[in-house]
Design a protein around this ligand. Structure first.
Ligand code: ARG
Length: 459
């Protein structure tokens, strides 16, 4: 049977077909199907406990909803050709087909306003759980990449100029840390998602003495909302979720940018696996890092989703307004996009070939050990500010001679400062340069080894 809309009684004229199309959300909110059914089952129980439904009616509702869930899960065509206004009308229509008048009683005291808020919180809770797993897989790929390249030292950059060498594993673990914070943020957002709005009615509460605490327990919510006006009109949980996705996308976009750069001919540190690169239709030699460029580009979509949610919400009077129906597509898109980008990044990371020779050459040129010479002078008693100045002159001299710092003759160095001795050279090798950074969080191989073990534990 075609579902009738849920509000026709006071209307004389038919809905304009173009408006119906404009107003309907079923084409996208059917993703809330499962949540809508399980929340409805819990609400049926609550009405039974409150004495609104007889045992037989409650049973008919529960059986009907279970069958609807089974059909919707097993039969992809179940949703096709429905002209339901939204997922709530769809489920209710199906239930009335199956359970008749009992089905017509289920909406007693309930509104689509507390219903949709409940459904969406259930959906986002699952989304957070699955996204958290997906983030962990990307972290694992970063960790594995770090572990399998433990002896590689790359140039570290500031301003994209060679600065100081760092372990490649240290680079990889930097992104691991960002994603660890993303997981924290998702977990934190989940606490505020996991609050039950059902029982708030359209805006003012529920007149049938339903036990909201019991519904919350049945649906796995930690708390019940404490103000009905707020509960039906709050979409902070959507904004927080998409905000966590946005920051995640910032991190993915940055790792993508590093990988794109390092895979360029100019850097030549990495080569992407063929499986995640594409060619050019015109230039036969090209191997393009499209996978990483798309991740970088798709961050823009997710930020757009965040901005649309903020903008939709900012001027709304209490309580529910239909503007809020615009929340779904933004949240779904942010979730889909972020999940897909995480998965592709994981695949890219596990297929990177590291060109150790290129990297070694880059890491041993460009005076990245200049700070070590200054530190050497400091250890000989010179104030750092003066040492900085002195080494500036050493660098200038090296540039004139066109040599690296460890190739300048001792007498050249001594002509700049008498504190220089033969022992200066030992600290200038790539190995000593990184080994010097032996503090918690530093890039010395010793510290990186500890960090790797810790990262393993944290996963
Ligand atoms: N499809 C609607 C939404 O997503 C459901 C709530 C409708 N409530 C209403 N009073 N029209 O917001």
């Amino acid at each position: 049977m075609e579902p009738k809309n849920l509000w026709g009684g006071r209307f004389k004229e038919k809905t304009d077909p173009e408006f119906a199309q404009f107003n309907n959300s079923f084409r996208f909110d059917q993703r809330l199907f499962r949540a809508d059914v399980i929340a409805s089952i819990a609400y049926g129980h609550a009405l039974e406990n409150a004495g609104v439904l007889s045992n037989a009616e409650a049973q008919a509702i529960q059986d009907g909803l279970n069958l609807i869930l089974k059909n919707g899960t097993e039969d992809p065509k179940y949703f096709a050709d429905s002209n339901a206004e939204d997922v709530h009308s769809f489920v209710e229509g199906k239930l009335v087909d199956l359970a008749g008048d009992a089905g017509r009683k289920l909406h007693t005291g309930r509104s689509r306003n507390d219903q949709v808020a409940t459904d969406f919180r259930l959906w986002i809770r699952d989304a957070i759980d699955s996204l958290t797993e997906t983030v962990a897989s990307t972290q694992l790929a970063l960790l594995t990449f770090a572990e399998s390249n433990q002896s590689v030292v790359i140039p570290g950059y500031t301003h994209l100029q060679r600065a100081q060498p760092v372990m490649l594993a240290h680079w990889s673990l930097a992104y691991f840390e960002m994603l660890a914070r993303d997981r924290d943020r998702l977990r934190d957002a989940r606490n505020r998602v996991n609050v039950l709005p059902l029982g708030s009615g359209a805006l003012s509460g529920n007149s049938f003495q339903i036990d909201r605490e019991t519904i919350a327990r049945e649906l796995g919510f930690d708390e019940v909302s404490l103000n009905s006006l707020d509960a039906v009109s709050d979409r902070d949980f959507c904004i927080e979720f998409v905000s966590a996705c946005s920051l995640l996308m910032v991190h993915l976009s940055r790792v993508a940018e590093d990988i794109i750069l390092y895979a360029s001919t100019e850097f030549g540190f990495f080569e992407l696996s063929d499986a995640v690169a594409t060619g050019s239709s015109l230039m036969p030699q090209k191997k393009n890092p499209d996978s990483m460029e798309l991740v970088r580009g798709k961050s823009g979509r997710v930020f757009g989703d965040l901005l649309s949610l903020l903008t939709v919400m900012k001027g709304l009077p209490l309580a529910y307004n239909k503007d809020m129906q615009e929340d779904k597509e933004a949240v779904f898109d942010a979730y889909d996009t972020t999940s897909a980008c995480l998965k592709i990044t994981t695949t890219v990371l596990s297929g990177i070939t590291v060109d150790e020779k290129r990297i070694h050459h880059a890491a041993t040129t460009g005076y990245m050990n200049a700070t070590e010479i200054a530190d050497y002078l400091v250890r000989k008693g010179m104030p750092f500010r003066e040492a900085h100045e002195v080494v500036g002159r050493v660098v200038m001299r090296a540039l004139e001679l066109n040599v690296e710092l460890d190739r300048i003759e001792l007498q050249e160095l001594r002509s700049i400062s008498a504190l220089f001795g033969e022992d200066v050279y030992a600290g200038l090798s790539l190995q000593s340069t990184v080994s010097a950074k032996n503090v918690i969080g530093g890039t010395s191989p010793e510290q990186v080894k500890i960090a790797l073990a810790r990262a393993r534990e944290r996963l």
